[in-house]
Design a protein around this ligand. Structure first.
Ligand code: PLP
Length: 636
């Protein structure tokens, strides 16, 4: 566990059990030892064929843990509750979940259900997000906010106003000054009074990767002059009572509470000024930015971590608003946050299998030429031969610097001679083999191996590729055995960027176990943790690898401590083809017809067998079938 820093990033949900597997404690420290969920048991249940009592799902697999989500939500709420009570703050906290972090229906429904006692709401940033938020919140607490962010046209505004007629507490947040005209005109047209918020462009700037949304040059929000202009316009229209909320967003993963307090303080003063100008202000929405600890360092100095927890975050927000309001004699507003990453990251674990690895040097130069070393050297052109002799001599004398120089020189010359037609393919292979042997002889005792994983990182960890975000990646079993290999991970896509070669803690490789020691499990399974926010929504279809299969696992009193309450196979080849406007049914018919024509011409083709194989291919998942069972029969 220490090797992978599990106690740092995993606490309080993930740990290693006596069997050497990752165990999940869904309620953190409130989980009793006999209630821990063994992730390997979940994988077995999900992936074993139906005939063996499993669900027959193909990996990769997302394991969703709604109990963890509930615990995150309740912890966030109680952190604010505690900060409010201990500082004597005069209003309550009611957060919203920004659905962009993961729009999966069950996740949003869970947030609404778990959050109902706390008036927890949703945030939408587009028309489809608004539609899903309206539908899910219809079963929630009527006081819960439905925060409507994002750029808006008349349709969006009309939809948000319609939400109010459905008794949903929708607030239209102006991202730009000109949106006010759309809101005023549309509300007149449909005869519904809006509740308006505005997004302030703060001067406080977050310096990290996610800071581009903040500061005066940030993409979103209204400047001071625009805020004043909106307030004056609303006053002229006698609609200042509609302006009730001030929103801002400093950026995701805010590194420290110092920066947070700075930004919240600035916003709180804008809030107070709006009160002074006569707006019916009652809510301050501090946006997202509540960070999580991806590398377990708990430090504001690391890009992959933050120097605070939920309690410190809540305390900083409460005190900064309280201080500004008390100075200006303004009533304390309701506090809202749009915390997405901190809410959903922990509750999804992505599990994938390593299917093979490169092994230590294989090619014997003599064998490559089909004879002994003398023959190998003799057959080389003169200068290459003398370079080889120099290289071998330097290797025997362990002169590492010289070895590197000779090796580069030899390779360069041999490639030139090959391009010139003077060397045969066998010569080139033999030179490569010699260099590999020499490198192993003089290089590190354990060279880094490449583990091939049955996964597309463009689909399942797009932020790793796009913004160099690191996620903790750990084998989910065999953690009672010392890993003896250092490895990097190479995915299935035909893309050299499809490689994980940076890991938390600044490591260029990951400690991994040798293949074949997994006992009954056979395979070697790895988990990517803390990826529940953004990754699924941002992931693409590179090489047409679709999303993973998904299981929803809740804690139960049964023998395994868990129950699978939902199992969804990942998209099939037909599904991903359809997403790119291909028509699998027509494709199938066209290929089948071709087989029938071929059979009719007497080409020895069994048209029926071809049709069966094609149908199976369209039904199967795009990922590799490991261990012979595709589970394809379970999909349609
Ligand atoms: N609110 C707004 C306006 C955002 O732009 C974002 C994300 O960038 C969020 C909320 C969610 O932020 P986080 O996931 O950091 O909580």
């Amino acid at each position: 566990a220490a090797l992978y820093k599990i106690d740092g990033w995993g606490a309080p949900y993930f740990s290693v059990n006596a069997a050497g597997n990752i165990a999940v404690r869904p309620y953190g420290s409130a989980t009793l030892p006999h209630q821990e969920i063994d992730l390997m048991k979940v994988v077995r249940k999900a992936s074993d064929p139906k005939s063996a009592g499993g669900l027959g799902l193909q990996l990769p697999l997302i394991v969703r843990l709604p109990d963890v989500l509930r615990h995150r939500l309740e912890s966030l709420h109680s952190a604010f509750d505690f900060a409010i009570r201990s500082s004597g703050y005069g209003a309550h906290y009611q957060g919203v979940y920004p659905v962009k972090c993961n729009q999966d229906r069950l996740i949003v429904e869970d947030v609404v259900e778990f959050g109902a006692p706390f008036r927890f709401g949703l945030e939408a940033g587009s028309k489809p997000e608004l539609l899903l938020a309206m539908t899910c919140l219809a079963r929630g607490n009527p006081e819960a906010f439905l925060i409507c962010n994002g750029y808006k046209d008349e349709e969006y505004v009309a939809l948000a106003l319609l939400a109010r007629t459905l008794n949903l507490n929708a607030v239209i947040v102006l991202e730009e000054e000109q949106e006010l005209d759309t809101v005023v005109e549309t509300s007149r047209r449909v005869g519904v009074k809006p509740v308006i918020g505005l997004r302030a462009k703060l001067r406080t700037r977050h310096s990290g990767h996610f800071g581009s949304t903040s500061g005066e040059k940030g993409k979103f929000g209204l400047t001071t002059a625009q805020i004043l202009s909106v307030a004056r316009k609303l006053q002229r229209l006698e609609m200042l009572d509609c302006l009730q909320l001030l929103h801002f967003h400093i950026g995701s993963q805010i590194p420290s509470t110092t920066l947070l307090a700075d930004g919240v303080g600035e916003a709180a003063h804008i809030y107070c000024e709006l009160v002074r100008l006569g707006a019916a202000m009652r809510v301050i929405d501090v946006g997202g930015g509540l960070g999580i600890d991806y590398d377990g360092s708990h430090s504001s100095g690391s890009d992959m971590s933050v120097g605070y927890g939920l309690d410190e975050y809540a305390d900083a927000v409460v005190r900064a608003v309280q201080y500004a309001c008390d100075r200006k004699g303004v009533r304390h507003p309701i506090l809202c946050s749009e915390s997405g990453r901190a809410l959903v990251s922990h509750h999804s674990v992505l599990i994938f299998e390593a299917v093979s690895s490169t092994t230590a040097a294989a090619c014997d130069p003599a064998a490559a030429l089909g004879a002994g070393p003398t023959y190998f050297l003799d057959k080389l052109p003169d200068d290459a031969r003398s370079d080889c002799r120099d290289l071998i001599a330097a290797t025997f004398q362990a002169e590492c610097d010289k070895v590197l120089i000779y090796m580069d020189e030899l390779k360069r010359k041999c490639v030139e001679q090959f391009k010139d037609g003077r060397l045969r393919l066998e010569h080139l292979a033999a030179i490569d083999g010699l260099c590999e042997l020499v490198a192993n002889e003089t290089g590190p005792a354990h060279p880094v191996r490449t583990y091939h994983v049955n996964l597309s990182l463009f689909t399942s960890m797009p932020d790793f590729w796009a913004i160099e975000q690191l996620f903790p990646i750990v084998p989910i079993h065999r953690l009672d055995q010392r890993p003896r290999v250092e490895g990097v991970l190479s995915d299935l896509t035909c893309d050299s960027d499809g490689k994980v070669d940076r890991f938390i803690g600044g490591r260029p490789s990951l400690p991994l176990h040798e293949f074949g020691g997994g006992g009954n499990d056979g395979g070697y399974y790895l988990g990517m943790f803390l990826g529940g926010a953004y990754q699924e929504a941002l992931g693409g279809l590179h090489n047409l690898f679709g999303g993973p299969s998904v299981v929803r696992v809740t804690q139960s009193d049964g023998p395994h401590c868990f129950a699978v309450t939902r199992a969804v196979p990942g998209p099939s080849c037909a599904d991903v083809l359809r997403a790119m406007q291909h028509e699998p049914e027509l494709m199938f018919e066209a290929l089948k017809r071709r087989a029938e024509e071929s059979a009719a011409r007497g080409g020895g083709v069994d048209a029926g067998a071809v049709a069966t194989a094609l149908a199976r291919a369209f039904r199967s998942m795009p990922y590799l079938v490991v261990g012979g069972d595709s589970g394809g029969d379970g999909m349609s």
